[in-house]
Ligand binder design. Structure first.
Ligand code: DX5
Ligand code: ZN
Length: 221
């Protein structure tokens, strides 16, 4: 089964952003996760198109953009032009999910839908067959370095079932509090793509940490 490790640049050292991204790229990161926050959907502000461009120029990997913003449709064109390969919108911020998924895909980009911890899985039931990615938030979005919410494990398992029932090969990504302590259980429940900020950029050796995390996504005897 595919396992992807996606370092979140939110936890990178912004004095040397390009180097940090290139370091992850060279260190075996599969995707580069870019968290866009607007100070409205979530309390904090992060960054926008310039950082997506910088990520694109610093890496050959998939640029995975997580839009924690209201009215995400306002950003699709610019962010795809800037180099996003995946645009993930929050179901809570997008009442017309069918339309927005189709709009992202029409730009030649993969479309993801993210769910906050308190949002029921049922909101994506009808579009499960058309999404390219489902992102299960295992913290309340807005900040790096938060504690993993345990009940996310069960939700990941139910998401895997939903995707299987829809005959979908969508990516199942998990984001928030992913570390040596939590990644195996998420993998076991059916996630295949793991965002990690603090665990990677806070490690003494971030490149080695990517491989440690990947190595935990196996059957344990
Ligand atoms: C949280 C962001 C995450 C965050 C993850 O709102 O969506 O991508 O950077 O950071 P860690 O891995 O430190 O929880
Ligand atoms: Zn994220």
């Amino acid at each position: 089964m595919t396992v992807r490790i996606a370092p979140s640049v939110l936890s990178a050292d912004f004095r040397k952003l390009g180097q940090e991204i290139a370091m992850c790229d060279a260190g075996g990161a599969d995707w580069i996760h870019v968290d866009v926050m607007d100070g409205r959907f979530v309390p904090s502000l992060s960054f926008g198109v310039k950082v997506i461009e910088a990520a694109r120029r610093s890496s050959t990997k998939v640029i995975d953009v997580h839009l924690m913003v209201v009215e995400p449709e306002n950003y699709f064109d610019d962010y795809v032009k800037a180099g996003a390969d995946v645009l993930t919108i929050h179901a809570e911020a997008a009442p017309h999910l069918d339309r927005q998924i189709a709009r992202i895909q029409s730009l030649g980009c993969k479309a993801g839908v993210a769910l906050n911890p308190a949002t029921p899985l049922s909101v994506i039931e009808e579009v499960a067959h058309m999404v390219d990615l489902v992102l299960i938030m295992s913290v309340n979005p807005g900040y790096g370095g938060q504690k993993f919410i345990e009940y996310s494990i069960d939700k990941i398992a139910r998401t895997r079932l939903l995707l299987d029932q829809a005959d979908s090969d969508a990516v199942l990504e998990v984001d928030g509090g992913i570390s040596r302590d939590t990644i195996h259980r998420c993998w076991e429940a059916g996630a295949d793509t793991f965002v990690a900020g603090n665990a990677i950029f806070g490690a003494a050796n971030p490149q080695a940490e990517i491989e440690v995390l990947r190595g935990l996504c196996v059957e344990q005897v």
